[in-house]
Design a protein around this ligand. Sequence first.
Ligand code: 5GP
Ligand code: MN
Length: 341
Amino acid sequence: MQKAHIEALGALLKNPKNISVIGHSNPDGDAVGSCMALALFLKKLGHKVSVIMPNSYPDFLNWVPNQDHILLFSEHRQEVEHAVEQSDVVFTLDFNDLSRVGKEFQSILETFENPMVMIDHHLLPMDYAEIMFSHPEFGSTAELVYAIIKELDFEALIDKDIASCLYLGIMTDTGSFKYSSTTARTHYTAAKLIENGADAYSIQRQTFDANSYDRLRLLGKSMENLVYLEEYSTAYISLSQKELDDCNFQKGDTEGVVNYGLSIKDVNLAAIFKEDLQQGIVKISFRSKGNFDVNLFARQHFNGGGHKNAAGGRSELSLKDTITKFRTLVKANKTQLNEAI
Ligand code: 5GP
Ligand code: MN
């Protein structure tokens, strides 16, 4: 982390300011956790803070402390516009490309004239922020927020609520401390957060043991639809709009399902395709093991991006044609896929 960036941030936060803290569309545990933690921290420094998400997040995040203050652009557009207009500083967390907040909200942020601060751990950042904390070597934005608070010398301000939000982000983005992005620092950070009041067991229970019966039925359908392309070390799942409707699909219900494909012994690439007839798209998640770069794959072929081993994208083709395109690409990448480790 560059000292100059910490100094610039310290200077920016020296006097009380109006601040907006913004996460990405379809917010996950890291987006909600890191935004809430940063907001609670900034409030303790005496700033007036609005937390904004482009749209709603899954029910399993309903336990997050102080979330009743989160503004959703999709539901409270005018309040959000007002909050952004009044802001002296905007923080964008857990994304590095303004398109990740959706077209309409993006156009509002593009006209914002005061400083922006990016805090993010994805690859290939866009150039929109005055102060950029862009650190793909961090497993989560929450871990990065903790590191920034520490560098600012304000670790003592981390209370139970801030610690719980940061723990949530780290836990969800590392697959409960399992993915390759988990480092010694990740564990040290988690330990510090537990010391500061995060109840690891309760956060784990409230986040992961919160399934609905319908969600498990959808998981069953996903396993039924799992296709294993042994020759290409690839597995994928598809869910049509009808199948989603039959299981009363709610936001977050397919979170993590793509990992079942990746858990097959020799699979190096897994994908899940979800049909969204309302938006006229297929939403896709990709996961990989080893060297196969799904960030690049999603960027080049499916209007997406993310990290080397976890990325997402979308297709405007039909579900069937999207899968045909995917299978063609997989065939073309046979050598890389079989040698991915
Ligand atoms: P997920 O598959 O869990 O939705 O996302 C995995 C990773 O890919 C996340 O880090 C997320 O930010 C990124 N990602 C997901 N969908 C998109 C997308 O449409 N565009 C870009 N650029 N990144 C995405
Ligand atoms: Mn993240």
